[in-house]
Design a protein around this ligand. Structure first.
Ligand code: ZN
Length: 326
């Protein structure tokens, strides 16, 4: 059942959105939910949309009225969802132009029309400019909810018109409780593996258990870091071969590599840590350099940079980091 109570942690963000949808609440015309992939931005955006369209007198979204159910099933006529088309990596200007036509129609059933733009940083410049026109002077019944993994890739002209709310990972303990509740039939040792793979990132933990490629991606990251330690170029390329032109898988790999390097740097203070049985020891400086390289690559990949060139660049830069004495 859709509702704010099911959303873990991120208390301030949840309260801000919850208050805004109650009767008499202060509602802005645009919100930007940003934070690492897997922190629940799309889930929270939908709960918020349900709150805006819910027909209950209070405690919106109630989760039980027809409007709430329609939002949950993605069939509410006043909820418009925009995301990159199937098989494409960017939101196009044509999609935003079509949206601009549509938002001039008044709500069908609810008090508002809600526009949910998933992966807003994937709009190219013309799409952003087209959106800006309607963001600047929206009809009074329109509420925008944008989600973005990386806020810095969104033009400031767009971000500055939104209430920006950042979502973070939850604590490992909260993640464990959540996984046990969501996957009651799963073996505890498998839950442990998922937690090790995803840390406090619920999306990655759940992905591991749903076998959506998160586990394979994590293994690829482990193999990549192991092969860097051997210094053999062939090993590095072989470790990355399963990526096979998959941009999203590359972005996920960067996050796994960042996290493993950071955990390895922390392991000096945590003798029980399992991470050193998998990957070489990283100094804090090296882990930071890996993170900065990952941030750079994530931005370029999101902005449609050439995949194979970026892969080659990533391997070369990782080797440079490993060869420097730090
Ligand atoms: Zn409701």
């Amino acid at each position: 059942m859709i509702g704010f109570t099911s959303f873990l942690s991120n208390h301030t963000v949840v309260q801000t959105l919850k208050r805004a949808v109650q009767p008499g609440g202060r509602l802005n015309h645009a919100y930007l939910l940003h934070g690492t992939a897997g922190t629940g931005k799309k889930t929270l955006a939908r709960i918020f949309a349900a709150g805006l369209l819910c027909t209950a007198e209070m405690d919106r979204p109630c989760g039980e009225c027809t409007a709430c159910r329609k939002v949950e099933k993605d069939i509410h006529p006043d909820l418009i969802v925009v995301r990159p088309p199937e098989g494409k990596s960017m939101i196009t200007v044509d999609q935003v132009r079509a949206l601009r036509e549509e938002v001039h129609l008044r709500p069908n059933e609810g008090r508002y029309r809600v526009v949910l733009i998933e992966g807003a940083e994937k709009m190219n410049i013309s799409a952003s400019n087209a959106l800006l026109k309607v963001l600047e002077e929206p009809p009074p019944y329109l509420v925008f909810v944008l989600t973005a993994d990386n806020r810095t890739l969104l033009p400031e002209t767009i971000a500055s018109r939104c209430i920006c709310l950042e979502l973070c990972d939850v604590s490992p303990l909260q993640a464990e409780k959540w996984l046990v509740r969501q996957f009651p039939d799963e073996d505890p040792s498998v839950i442990d593996e998922a937690l090790f793979c995803g840390g406090g990132n619920l999306g990655r933990c759940a992905g591991y258990l749903k076998k959506d490629g998160a586990a394979a991606g994590f293994q690829m990251a482990v193999k990549l870091l192991q092969s860097l330690a051997t210094g053999r170029e062939y090993d590095v390329l072989e470790a990355l071969s399963p990526l096979d032109g998959d941009r999203d898988a590359f972005i996920r790999l960067l996050t796994d590599v960042d996290r493993l390097a950071a955990e390895s740097a922390k392991a000096a203070f945590l003798p029980q840590s399992r991470v050193l049985s998998l990957v070489p020891r990283f100094s804090p400086t090296r882990a930071i350099q890996v993170r900065e390289l990952g941030d750079d690559l994530r931005s370029r990949l999101t902005l449609n940079g050439n995949l194979s060139l970026l892969l080659g660049y990533y391997c070369a830069e990782l080797r440079n980091i490993m060869e420097r004495t730090v």
